[in-house]
Design a protein around this ligand. Structure first.
Ligand SMILES: Nc1ncnc2c1ncn2[C@@H]1O[C@H](COP(=O)(O)OP(=O)(O)OP(=O)(O)O)[C@@H](O)[C@H]1O
Ligand SMILES: [Mg+2]
Length: 266
């Protein structure tokens, strides 16, 4: 159950947003895609989810091509996205929002079981099942958006900036939930601007810059990489070289340098 993306290109009306993205998400792992505003993170997720038609490239899941499939078929295969900006249905209750997540399923017993799982995962939601989603706090709405995606029974859960705009304590909650669902067997592809938290939780990370992957490596190794620290973690440039350890496999891309980063110590 591996997700593999090769040479993914997406354009919006002639303007290329993804210029040949390659990334792999192994079963059972947490992989993060980080990058600044406009880098193409959401575009990548929308293309995987079938909401955008790629111009070129391959998206395979479990060895089967998904590029060009309708979004519904992709959800049926277990690849489910939590969209950017929460997007809950404000005039529906918490419970109704959750059940919408299960709209492609007909296994009643399984749906009930997953509803219990979500309630256990998010006690705040279980206290508010009859509350209208539009009246929930921002953090609660984000939990509901994650809960709704879980109700689709994902094998691969993709989250688009789940921590955006949330207070530090709630961010902590969201990241511990990400760890927990991963431990429960769900593979995670996490998009974040919060590079620090996401690289800490991730097994592997990719850095996207204006539509190209410019850096990749183990989460911890990226965290210690000086160019990441400077660009994404707000650390000042030191006397150290700013580049990652360029391995012999790191091939220079058309739009910039590409490095493979490895951990040199633990
Ligand atoms: N529907 C659209 N029409 C035209 N251009 C778009 C559209 N959606 C995104 N873009 C452009 O594609 C590029 C990548 O956008 P994308 O939303 O994927 O970035 P992002 O990495 O998710 O950024 P952010 O962190 O701000 O959410 C940007 O230059 C953006 O302006
Ligand atoms: Mg985005």
């Amino acid at each position: 159950m591996k997700l593999e993306i090769k040479d993914l290109r997406v354009s919006y009306g002639g303007i290329r947003a993804l210029k040949g993205v390659n990334l792999t998400v192994d079963e059972g792992s947490i992989v993060t895609l980080i990058g600044a505003n406009g880098a193409g993170k959401s575009t990548t997720l929308r293309a995987i989810s079938g909401l955008l038609k790629p111009e070129d490239g391959q998206i395979t899941y479990n060895g089967e091509s998904m590029a060009g499939l309708p979004a519904k078929e992709i959800v049926k295969r277990g690849v489910v996205m939590v969209p950017e900006g929460r997007r809950v249905f404000p005039d529906m209750t918490v419970r109704e929002n959750l059940l919408i997540g299960a709209y492609l399923r007909s296994d009643r017993a399984g749906i009930d079981k997953d509803l219990k799982y979500v309630m256990e995962l998010f006690p705040r939601l279980s206290e508010r099942t009859w509350q209208l989603a539009g009246t929930l706090s921002g953090g609660e709405q984000q939990m509901l958006a994650v809960g709704r995606a879980l109700m689709a029974k994902p094998k691969l859960l993709m989250m688009d900036e789940p921590s955006l705009g949330l207070a530090p304590l709630v961010v902590k909650d969201i990241f511990s939930i990400i760890r927990r669902v991963n431990q429960d067997g769900i593979t995670v592809l996490l998009i974040e601007q919060n590079a620090n938290a996401s690289l800490r939780v991730a097994d592997y990370g990719y850095v996207l810059e204006t539509g190209s992957i410019v850096l990749e490596g183990q989460g911890r190794a990226l965290l210690e990489n000086p160019s990441i620290q400077e660009a994404y973690l707000g650390h000042r440039k030191s006397a150290m070289p700013t580049s990652g350890k360029a391995s012999s496999e790191g091939r220079p891309g058309k739009h910039g340098r590409r490095y493979e980063v490895s951990m040199n110590s633990d």
